[in-house]
Design a protein around this ligand. Structure first.
Ligand code: AGP
Length: 613
């Protein structure tokens, strides 16, 4: 979590840092700050609690003048979101300045040691020990890079760190240790950049290096050098396939609204060139499992968190129904701690938009320790998940900026569908005829998704009827159960309404006690083999005077008599219905949140990428 930016070049640093932070604010927005090394050699820090707009308004045109600096937007872990706890943090002399993403797990012990050595602290953060450690080691004669390398060996936990010192003008150093989120080095024209994430550097460059675990970068205007464990490394920048336009809102009011509308394209791009419709084949260029690994798979375990977990839940059906493999799905944060019984015969499939979610990465490490082959479904090229896994199916969505995931969910489901087809094909279970039948509905999915997106005004009208409700229940069965979970998650994330997603069969076992006129029930009833069961559940809600909003397949008029409101989606193969039925729920949540005046793209307390446990 937390957004990090650094700059060294020939232009004024402060506007570049502020612009970069604006693009990274989705990573955390409890407080914000910048540090600029001024032309006169002094270090100026401007920081405050709250969002960037407050800091930017306070600075106005009086920004500190200097051509190198670092900036941070915080998601608070240790210490409240106050001005004092905002990053950057300095040492006692004010000559060393640090920004940090991660948790210094041994900060108490380090602080005691530093206090005993005469250091004084001003904040409640764990981060503040880092500049004091750097000060200590630089006093002993190390340069900034050497001091950071030594400090890194002492910090428990996972970290992304940027530091500057008045004694080394023209240099910013950066380090990555473990899975606290990435550090990307961007190569510009007479300038170099550092950031936690790509949106901050895309307006300046398309060439970058992603720091790996244990690596340190020393960045000046003209040169970047890399090291690990004291040894110099050679790293070549790679070209980024992202378009800077995708980091802009365009004509949309919010990123969430734009990203919902981009779903047809996201699905199309994810499927393009992989589903070979004419040949009835699937090719996944980056799933490089050996023949022995492929043939040795006896079951699949899928992991993820939040929306990615919901996509993984859909994926479990695909692994069973399409690939013919027994499949389980687990919340990644639980998986790692229950010492799961997995081995080389278990294919571990992780789903993560960012590829940096710490719980998902830890589950992947667990898989690696147990010798399980791994495939990750991920949106960010070069992310840690992509590096850990044996194979990757990238969701080709471009950047997703809204904190609430939308287009990456649709694309992840499409990618999991392809992966299941591929596994079935490579394991000799799916012949071309069956594959043709599986791929045909996928070809229509982008168009049908677009048809649902077009109905946004209809969902907006519905949102206006219900935006004052404080509780919602979402019910689904089979493949619609994960959709119910996702619909509830979207609503709570962006509108702060309490919502629960349940398998409809579970309703009778407790949740039914909640039903009254005040709590609408959203029932997912597309035409599939569980429709009749869902109809009975709707009757049970109506018998208790509940209000039902049903989501059904076009032409299913019987629901008009049963439910209070009906939303229709086009007919599609039941396996792919979760994509279509989620779109109205995303748009409903969006319009409810807008109507309630919520900050849709930056909901309170959340961060886009969760890099702490
Ligand atoms: C979804 O809207 C949330 N932003 C959140 O649940 C998210 O899906 C989760 O944190 C996992 O993130 P990842 O996909 O980057 O791993």
């Amino acid at each position: 979590m937390c957004g990090i930016i650094g700059y060294v070049g020939e232009q004024e640093a402060a506007p570049i840092l502020l612009d970069g932070l604006r693009r990274l604010e989705y990573r955390g927005y409890d407080s914000v700050g910048i540090a600029v090394l001024e032309k006169n050699g002094g270090l100026t820090i401007q920081k405050r609690a709250g969002k960037l707009e407050g800091l930017a308004a306070g600075i106005g045109q009086r920004w500190p003048r200097g051509r190198q600096g670092i900036g941070h937007t915080r998601w608070a872990t240790h210490g409240k979101p106050t001005d004092v706890n905002a990053h950057p943090h300095t040492d006692c002399t004010g000559n060393v300045v640090v920004i940090h993403n991660g948790i210094v797990e041994n900060h108490q012990a380090l602080k005691q040691r530093l206090l005993a050595a005469g250091h004084t602290f001003t904040s409640e953060t764990d981060t503040e020990v880092i500049p004091h450690l750097l000060e200590e080691y630089m006093r002993e004669g190390l340069d900034l890079h050497g001091a950071l390398a030594r400090a890194l060996g002492e910090l428990a936990g996972a970290h992304a760190i940027l530091a500057m010192s008045t004694s080394e003008p023209g240099t910013v150093v950066a380090a990555r240790a473990g899975n606290a989120g990435g550090v990307v080095v961007g190569y510009g024209q007479n300038a170099n950049y550092l950031a936690s994430d790509l949106p901050a550097i895309l307006p300046h460059t398309r060439w970058a290096v992603f720091l790996q675990d244990g690596e340190i970068a020393r960045v000046t205007q003209r040169e970047v050098t890399y090291s690990r464990d004291g040894l110099r490394l050679e790293r070549e920048p790679q070209e980024l396939p992202y378009d800077p336009v995708s980091a802009a809102k365009g004509n949309y009011k919010h990123f969430m609204q734009k990203e919902i509308a981009e779903q047809p394209e996201a699905i199309l791009d994810t499927v393009r060139g992989r589903a070979l419709f004419a040949e009835s084949r699937v090719e996944l260029e980056d799933v490089a499992l050996t023949r022995a690994q492929m043939e040795g798979i006896r079951r699949v375990v899928l992991v993820g968190m939040g929306t990615s977990l919901h996509a993984a839940m859909v994926g479990r059906y695909y692994m069973e129904k399409i690939a013919g493999l027994p499949a389980e799905v687990d919340n990644a944060s639980e998986f790692r701690y229950r010492e799961p019984l997995i081995g080389p015969d278990t294919l571990l499939v992780s789903v993560s938009q960012s590829g940096e979610t710490v719980d998902t990465l830890a589950a992947m490490e667990e898989g690696r320790r147990n010798g399980s082959p791994q495939v990750t479904v991920c949106n960010v090229i070069g992310s840690q998940a992509a590096r850990i896994a044996d194979g990757v199916v990238y969701t080709r969505c471009g950047l997703e900026i809204g904190v609430a995931s939308t287009k990456t969910y649709a694309a992840a489901i499409s990618a999991l569908y392809l992966l299941a087809c591929y596994l079935g094909q490579e394991r000799g279970l799916i012949d071309p005829e069956r594959m043709g039948g599986l791929l045909a509905p996928l070809a229509r999915l982008p168009y049908l998704t677009g048809e649902v997106v077009k109905r946004s005004p209809e969902f907006e009208r519905l949102a206006h009827l219900f935006f004052r409700c404080e509780n919602f229940l979402f019910l689904g069965r089979g493949l619609q159960y994960p959709v119910a979970m996702e619909g509830a998650l979207k609503l709570k994330e962006v509108s702060y309404i309490h919502a629960e997603g349940y398998p409809a069969g579970e309703m009778k076992h407790g949740p039914i006690a909640l039903i009254d006129r005040e709590m609408p029930v959203i029932a997912l009833v597309p035409r599939d083999h569980l429709r009749e069961k869902m109809m009975s559940n709707i009757e049970q809600v109506k018998a208790r005077e509940g209000t039902v909003i049903a989501l059904a397949t076009e032409g299913d008029e019987e629901l008009e008599d049963k439910a209070d409101h009906v939303i229709y989606v086009p007919e599609v193969a039941p396996l792919l219905a979760p994509v279509l039925t989620t779109v109205p729920l995303q748009l409903f949540a969006y319009h409810v949140a807008v109507r309630r005046g919520c900050d849709v793209d930056q909901p309170r307390n959340l961060a886009k990428t969760v890099t702490v446990e």
